[in-house]
Design a protein around this ligand. Structure first.
Ligand code: ADP
Ligand code: MG
Length: 702
């Protein structure tokens, strides 16, 4: 049977060392211990690791694997891996295949070439990776290379987190501890654990590979640094949910099959708002596994795109003037006995657990709005947040009609009723009446309640979900701790809870906003409400080390002050480096492709003017064309020189924050200036002469 015609149920998870494989292949007691370690959050006894490693190796080899690797997430935001083969030489000149418990549990990659933000002195090269048994081991095939992947955390010789997974796991523990305290205080004695869940919707662009290859900016920076707007953009609103083009549909099918094999539950796919923009969403799972899976999604999209002669652009803003890409993070909390803590039920006003959880999130988001904003601050996202595009840089919460009404009732002392949705009649006798949700959707909100979860929409499309999610887990855990402290000492829990809810509803009303977040009116209104509006990445990163943030990470044992400092340093450094690469790429394209093309075209016009004049014919039109182009060329040349000077300044500036500030103040404005004139030149020069594929070609040709 061909791979394609196999039943999906058979394909799904076929490359994962999952529960059913473990049950089959591990001795019963070992299997039970692994389950206990995963579900009960205990560490696994080292003696068992050897047995598990052996079973994994046999399974991997049966599936064609020759190597294994610890797969981790250094602070580059990407994943890292180093492959080791299973072979072990024997005295008779042959080999046997081996994989020990120690090799499964621990790796020792040289940490010196990963960003550490000063956590690791250069002489301390050693780093460790540790098997994260809560995220399943899997097999990945790249060409002929088949490797067993072991999801791992990564830390320094002294035990400091050097990755994104470690703080994420710590934040999950924190949330678990505090949420269980609250539940228990509210009378739930059966739930033992609470886990954060995540379903990330991934947006991306697909363009034909032939265009990509002719654009150094896409190759080196992931976005177009030049490009006049296409005469047609997204104004027809005909792409969103439109029919999926055959070539794209085949690509999507192959992506799904690859992901299903890896146990990633790719579920929905559709055309997005901008031309050539698409989305993929999986079914949600624990935030840790979902984060690992999202890395696989991004990687698979790119890999499969290549096979179809497409290139998948994951950048937050590949094209100016049309929508960029985000990664909506749908987040909730679920107990080990299956209760979604953000499920309102049909009468949310008397669902105390729900109300407490909801209010805790609202308070956390308001209190730590700047930190949440900082968790999504990167180079690409600067073009989305606050730059005339959704969502804005102002953090606010959408609750919708029903919950806002309840929230207002709480502020007055207690909620006694819930508005109901009712029925929708379409006025066609053959169509059934539709049950109506009690709340409409709001597409413009950065942090929206969507039925039984919150959706954090500010996350950028290239970002690891770990960062924003460990921030959210941590701040919610901290507020839950506050609430638990109160409830645990209360004589009358119910009235104490009422008081807490009333206080939160009064104090945090300002963060609730159900209107259109894209309007200037909201920007003005938010300012009145004293909500922060931090548009620049550098300014946003500068708030991360605020005392309250250092304290909350410390209290919840997610990041120490030095660890947080190191991360902030890396984020600033990355911003500076990326802008510097963009600026140098612009210079290269402008000096080596655009200016020469412009000069050639000017020469052609000048020759024409001369020839016409010699022939005694009026050359007014040609002369004015030439003048226009010469004027623009002159301006572009000046902008180019300015950019060159600011790049030199960057090289001579000392620390990461100095460099980042220089980018914000000098380099980015100089880049915008150069682009302005080059894009005008594009509109005034013969199409055949222009050296770069245009927006129209890239976005509309398939
Ligand atoms: P929408 O267009 O409404 O945003 P999508 O289907 O595109 O809906 O995405 C919704 C995402 O939210 C999916 O990944 C889904 O699995 C996820 N989701 C649903 N319930 C939860 C939950 N309780 N916790 C986390 N994510 C959830
Ligand atoms: Mg969504």
């Amino acid at each position: 049977m061909s791979e394609d015609s196999k039943m999906i149920t058979e394909i799904f998870g076929s490359k994962v060392f999952n529960d059913s494989v473990m049950r089959q292949r591990l001795p019963k007691d070992v299997y039970k211990s692994v389950k206990k370690a995963i579900d009960g959050r205990q560490s696994l006894a080292p003696v068992l690791a050897g047995v598990i490693a052996n079973a994994m190796k046999d399974w991997a080899i049966e599936n064609g694997a020759t190597h294994f690797c610890h797969w981790f997430q250094p602070m580059t935001g990407l994943t890292a891996e180093k492959h080791d083969s299973f072979i072990s030489p024997t005295s008779d000149g042959k080999v046997i295949m081996e994989f020990s418990g120690k090799e499964l549990c621990q790796g020792e990659p040289d940490a010196s070439s990963f960003p550490s933000g000063g956590l690791r002195a250069t002489f301390e090269a050693r780093g460790y990776t540790a098997w994260d048994c809560t995220s399943p081991v899997f097999i990945k095939e790249d060409g002929k290379n088949i490797v067993l992947y072991i999801p791992s955390a990564f830390c320094s010789y002294t035990g400091l987190a050097l990755d994104k997974k470690t703080p994420l796991l710590r934040s999950m523990d924190a949330l678990d501890r505090q949420a269980v305290r609250v539940l228990s205080a509210l009378g739930n004695k059966t739930s033992q654990h609470v886990t954060a869940t995540l379903g990330p919707e991934q947006e991306y662009f697909l363009i034909d590979r032939s265009f990509y290859e002719r654009r150094l900016d896409l190759i080196l920076t992931g976005r177009t640094l030049f490009g006049a707007a296409s005469p047609r953009g997204q104004e027809m609103e005909d792409h969103y949910f439109g029919t999926i083009h055959e070539r794209v549909a085949s690509f999507m099918h192959e992506v799904n099959v690859e992901l299903w094999k890896l146990g990633v539950s790719a579920k929905t796919q559709h055309n997005e708002v901008a031309p050539s923009q698409y989305e993929l969403a999986p079914v949600f799972t624990t935030v840790n596994v979902a984060t690992d899976h999202n890395h696989l999604v991004m990687e698979t999209l790119q890999k499969v795109a290549n096979r179809h002669n497409f290139v998948c652009l994951l950048h937050e803003k590949p094209f100016a003037g049309i929508n960029g890409s985000g990664k909506h993070n749908n987040w909730s909390m679920v107990t080990d006995d299956g209760i979604n803590l953000l499920e309102p039920g049909s009468t949310p006003h008397d669902n105390m657990v729900f109300l407490v959880m909801l209010c805790a999130v609202v308070r956390a988001v308001d209190k730590y709005a700047k930190l949440l904003r900082g968790s999504v601050a990167n180079t690409g996202n600067e073009h989305r947040l606050g730059a005339n595009e959704a969502p804005p840089a102002i953090v606010s919460v959408f609750l919708g009609e029903q919950l806002t009404d309840i929230f207002n009732q709480l502020a007055k002392g207690g909620a006694t009723s819930s508005k109901q949705g009712g029925e929708l009649k379409l006025g066609v006798s053959t169509l059934p009446p539709l049950p109506k949700d009690c709340t409409d959707r709001n597409r413009t909100s950065p942090f929206a309640f969507t039925g039984n979860k919150f959706e954090f929409r500010m996350v950028g499309s290239t970002q690891s979900t770990a960062g924003p999610m460990f921030v959210l887990n941590t701040i919610v855990a901290d507020i839950l701790a506050e609430i638990a402290d109160e409830l645990e000492k209360a004589k009358d829990v119910k009235s104490s809870a009422q008081k807490i809810l009333q206080k939160i509803a009064n104090e945090h009303q300002r963060i609730i906003f159900n209107g259109d977040n894209y309007t200037d009116k909201w920007v003005a209104e938010a300012e009145k409400r004293k909500l922060p509006n931090i548009r620049s990445t550098v300014d946003s990163l500068a708030t991360i080390m605020d005392e309250e943030n250092v304290d909350v990470f410390d209290r919840q044992k997610v990041l120490s002050k030095v660890e947080l400092e190191a991360r902030t340093e890396i984020l600033l450094e990355t911003y500076g480096r990326q802008i510097n690469i963009e600026a140098r790429t612009m210079l290269s394209i402008a000096a080596r492709q655009i200016m020469p093309a412009v000069v050639r075209y000017s020469r052609c016009l000048a020759d024409t003017v001369n020839a016409l004049k010699t022939a005694g014919i009026d050359a007014k039109v040609q002369e004015s064309m030439l003048e226009k182009i010469s004027g623009l060329t002159d301006s572009a040349d000046k902008a180019l020189k300015d950019l060159e000077t600011s790049i030199e300044k960057y090289a001579n500036t000392g620390d990461a924050s100095g460099k980042a500030e220089l980018c914000r103040d000098l380099i980015v404005p100089a880049m915008c200036e150069l682009r302005k004139f080059v894009d005008k030149l594009e509109m005034n020069i013969e199409a055949d002469v222009w050296p770069l594929p245009t927006y129209a070609e890239m976005l509309f040709l398939k």
